[in-house]
Every structure is written in structure tokens, then in C-alpha cells.
Design a protein around this ligand. Sequence first.
Ligand code: ADP
Ligand code: MG
Length: 254
Amino acid sequence: MMTNMSERSPSQGAVIELKDVEKSFGATKVLTGVNLSIAKGETVVILGPSGSGKSTLLRTTNRLEPIDSGEIWYHGKPIPREGRELAAYRAEVGMVFQQFNLYPHKTAVQNITLAPVKRGKQKPEEARARALRLLADVNLSEHANKRPGALSGGQQQRVAIARAMAMDPEVILFDEPTSALDPEMIQEVVHVMKRLSADGMTMAVVTHEIGFARESADRIVFMDEGRIIEESDPESFFTNPRTERAQEFLGKIL
Ligand code: ADP
Ligand code: MG
């Protein structure tokens, strides 16, 4: 059999793989030798102190930032750099942000239908019906025609998750989805994420919600100063962290 040099064999079951990824902003090295593989159906929780490179890791995976060296593969192929291919990749690998990033002048349902209709994935009526189902899934049926400004933070973030789901992504990357929320709204968003995880969605989640990590994570990745310094199952990580940095970090948040 001939082997195609540009299509290397991915690790068993890997959907996304980062290989020796390096990234600097000016003189600041933000990612150093990052290797990470995310398997189909897996929920990977990324922990680490502020500034350790967690957001940059997710942003480079979604190619919101280019990398300096190394490789990021999706199903064993380098992720696209630009154009239609990149847009198609982002439809497969969606992202949910701390600040929701909803369009302020559009209603909840319009926020959800915009991308699938624009990308020709669904016809408008079809997209609307699906958006209403997705809003029902996140318990927001009564709020379908409200603009983000009329919704609470927790409601806005659930719209953002429904919007990500509308593209039928294979993977969703969550960057601190509950960090901008008042405490009483955190659980309604965590509840939606727990359900997605239990339903088999492939997810990489940066979060300080330890309840979510303990219950839903298949694996914890701990970052410090741009490196992954620990990777283990949640039980081992929370009860018996190996590195001093992880022990110190858990001491502060637990
Ligand atoms: P975390 O999400 O773990 O808090 P980040 O990935 O946001 O960490 O940031 C890691 C480091 O990279 C920090 O020192 C931050 O200041 C720096 N950084 C992040 N984004 C940029 C940027 N666009 N320009 C310059 N520096 C950045
Ligand atoms: Mg961050």
C-alpha cells in the first residue's frame, strides 16, 4: 500500500491531535511543545492557572490563532489555514466563549439560524425549526424571540451553546463558559454541558467548575506556563495530583 505523506496515521480514535505545538506572542512564549490528542466522544477538561495558555490552546485548535511550529490535525490531516476549508472545519469544530459573543441585534432564534443558513447547511424554515428544538433542549423555548440584552447571562450562554450545536459539530471547544456568570446561573449552563458530554459529544473544556470536571471529564489536562505538565483521569488528578504545580493549583481552587 502507498502511504500519503500528508496524511499521517492518527492515534487510535483521535479526532484532534496537536503535535509539538509552539506559539509565541512577540517575545512571550505561550505554548511550548504541546501534544494533545482528543478521541471521539471524549470530554477533556483543561485546567491551569491564569495565563498558562489554556485559551491559546483552544484558539489555535480552532485556528483563531496560527501556530509558529508543530502541527494540528483533524482526523489525521492538517487543519485548513483559510478560506472555505477553514470555514468548513470550524463548522465541525465549534467554539463557545466566556463572553457568549451573540449578535446583539438578533433574536435568540436568529442567532442560531444565521450560520447554518449562510453556509447553505439548512434552508431558512428548516433552520428555524431546528433552532426552536435546540432552544427547547436548553430550556429556552419561551425566549426564542428575545434579543441577548433581554436575557440573563446564563440564558445567553445557553443560546450560544444551542448556536454551536446548530452546525452539527463533531467537536465543541468551551473556553471558560461559566466564568462570566453570576453564581446562580452557573449550574444551568453546567447542566447543559454535562448532558452534552453524557450524550457523547467530543468536547474540550477550559473551566474552573470542578463539579463538571469530576463528573464529566474522561481526562484532565493540567497546564502551566504554556506546557501540559500533567494528564490523568479526574479521580487521580483530584485526589493525587503528581506535580507540585497541580497540588498548589488545587489547593487554591478546592
Ligand atoms: P489562559 O487562558 O490560561 O489564562 P492565555 O492563553 O489567555 O492563558 O494567555 C497565555 C499568555 O499569552 C498570557 O501571558 C497572555 O497575556 C498572552 N496572550 C494571550 N493572547 C495574547 C495576544 N493576542 N497577544 C499577546 N499576548 C497574548
Ligand atoms: Mg483563558
